[in-house]
Design a protein around this ligand. Structure first.
Ligand SMILES: Cc1cc2nc3c(=O)[nH]c(=O)nc-3n(C[C@H](O)[C@H](O)[C@H](O)COP(=O)(O)OP(=O)(O)OC[C@H]3O[C@@H](n4cnc5c(N)ncnc54)[C@H](O)[C@@H]3O)c2cc1C
Length: 421
């Protein structure tokens, strides 16, 4: 099979999907291919820009965009240095897409949200879906934490015990728990979310909980209230109970991230982007610093793709963009050099405050996101690199993974979209 396109996006993680959406907005012919679903479906579904203060990593930063500016004064190697001018635009672009698709994402007026997790800790994030955007906990008078007998990965008592110790609740806030049944045996988050799309199950949840509700109650649920991005589960249960309900962040796989990915796929297809999933790019033919053809395998068929511009959004080790064996690391398709920063792979302390160094490994690029060598020379002129593939960030401790993916994906989409305009 042969394909010809203006823009080829490799990868269906957040950076690839946003790059596709932005390029399609310029009426480019866009093809997106991906072998798998990437990290977004494992993530909380929230968009972190920056979590903690650079001068005190134990303190949540009050204004992530200001904090990024401060961080860049001392760390120009961070991928945010490439997109600082597009960061605000990319956030607005994302929020607009989400609102258009009835899956609004809310900011907290420039600050971080502090959202409860299943463990009862509070995690900072910049954008949260409506079902998670729980504002100031100080004003809450009663919290009911609801678990499902069938769901083994969520313990309401643990959440309550730890939440009490965060110092974020008012002294007169009451916390209670309830364990309810959705029906069926032991269920994974995905199976439970599927069940909760059914109106009769939603009614059963309402019946089981109605006697627990008082006028000032808010309810915290595990993030299983519907499997689709346009699910009505949260609204229906909330209306039936007459109180606000929120989903908390839980361990992967998490439905809010999966819903976001489905919504973005739905959006780009409606924009005219051709999407081929289950399709692995195996090789690239490069001549005179130009990629002339890409080779991919999907459903047992070989696909030869010619594209004027290509966006490499294949993620890091988890996504498959980078591969390694002991002492060696490489970029999977173009065999681009991988920057191993200070050359150190790991620290002995698994949960070290400075994070594991290998998370910073990635591809070095110039301001136009073209991959470069050690001398700063562009390696492939019609290739742009985005997201977790880029060197210099440590998403796990910096809390910037989806922020970097969003902003770099947006910039890549804009750059390839503007070609010839
Ligand atoms: C468990 C976990 C939880 C996280 N939680 C959060 C969070 O709550 N908030 C946050 O902001 N960040 C979070 N992050 C970080 C964040 O999710 C990632 O940094 C970000 O989503 C990376 O997006 P990406 O598009 O660059 O790459 P990825 O999401 O990794 O996508 C890579 C894509 O490329 C495809 N691909 C790879 N190789 C090929 C190939 N050869 N051919 C075709 N396709 C290919 C993959 O299949 C995939 O579709 C989390 C990360 C993990 C691992």
């Amino acid at each position: 099979m042969k394909k010809n396109t203006d823009v080829l996006i490799i990868g269906a993680g957040l950076s690839g999907l946003i790059a596709a959406a932005k390029a399609a907005a310029y009426n480019k012919k866009v093809l997106l291919v991906a072998k798998g679903m990437g990290a977004i479906g494992l993530s909380s579904g929230c968009i972190d820009l920056w979590g903690y203060r650079t001068d005190n990593p134990e303190q949540v930063c009050p204004n992530p965009i200001e904090e990024i500016d401060t961080m860049l004064e001392v760390n120009q190697a961070h991928p945010y240095s490439l997109v600082i001018d597009e960061l605000g635009e990319s956030v607005s672009f994302f929020q607009k897409i989400c609102a258009e698709n009835n899956n609004p994402y809310f900011d907290n007026q420039g600050g971080n949200w502090l959202l409860p997790t299943a463990l009862g800790t509070l995690r900072p994030t910049y954008l949260a879906p409506a079902s998670m955007a729980l504002g100031n906990l100080h004003n809450v008078k009663r919290i009911l934490v609801v678990g499902f007998e069938e769901l083994k990965d969520f313990y309401p008592d643990v959440l309550v015990d730890n939440l009490k110790n965060t110092g974020e609740l008012s002294s007169d806030c009451r916390l209670d728990t309830a364990l309810i049944k959705a029906g069926g045996g032991e269920l994974s988050s995905n199976n439970l979310a599927h069940l909760l799309e059914k109106t009769e199950i939603q009614s059963s949840i309402i019946n089981q909980l109605i006697s627990h509700i008082t006028a000032d109650t808010i309810i915290l649920f595990p993030p299983v209230l519907g499997e689709r991005w346009d699910s009505k589960a949260v609204d229906n249960i909330s209306n039936g109970l007459g109180c606000p309900i929120y989903e908390v962040a839980n361990i992967p796989p998490a439905l809010p991230g999966q819903r976001l990915q489905q919504m973005l796929l739905h959006h780009i297809k409606r924009q005219g982007v051709e999407v081929i999933l289950g399709c692995t790019v195996t090789d690239a033919y490069i001549k005179d610093k130009k990629c002339l053809e890409i080779l991919a395998i999907g459903s047992g068929k070989q696909i030869n793709i010619k594209a004027k511009n290509i966006v490499l959004a294949t993620g890091s080790f988890l996504g498959g963009g980078l591969a390694s064996k002991l002492g060696e690391v490489w970029e999977s398709i173009f065999k681009l050099p991988v920057d191993t920063c200070e050359g150190k792979w790991s620290t002995q302390e698994f949960l070290a405050m400075e994070g594991q160094p290998f998370n910073k490994f990635g591809i070095r690029v110039n301001d136009s996101l073209h991959p470069i060598d050690n001398q700063g020379q562009v390696l492939v002129e019609n290739l742009l690199v985005t997201g977790a593939n880029l060197s210099g960030s440590n998403f796990a401790i910096e809390k910037c993974g989806n922020g970097v993916a969003l902003a770099t994906g947006y910039k890549a989409g804009k750059l390839v979209g503007e070609v010839g305009q």
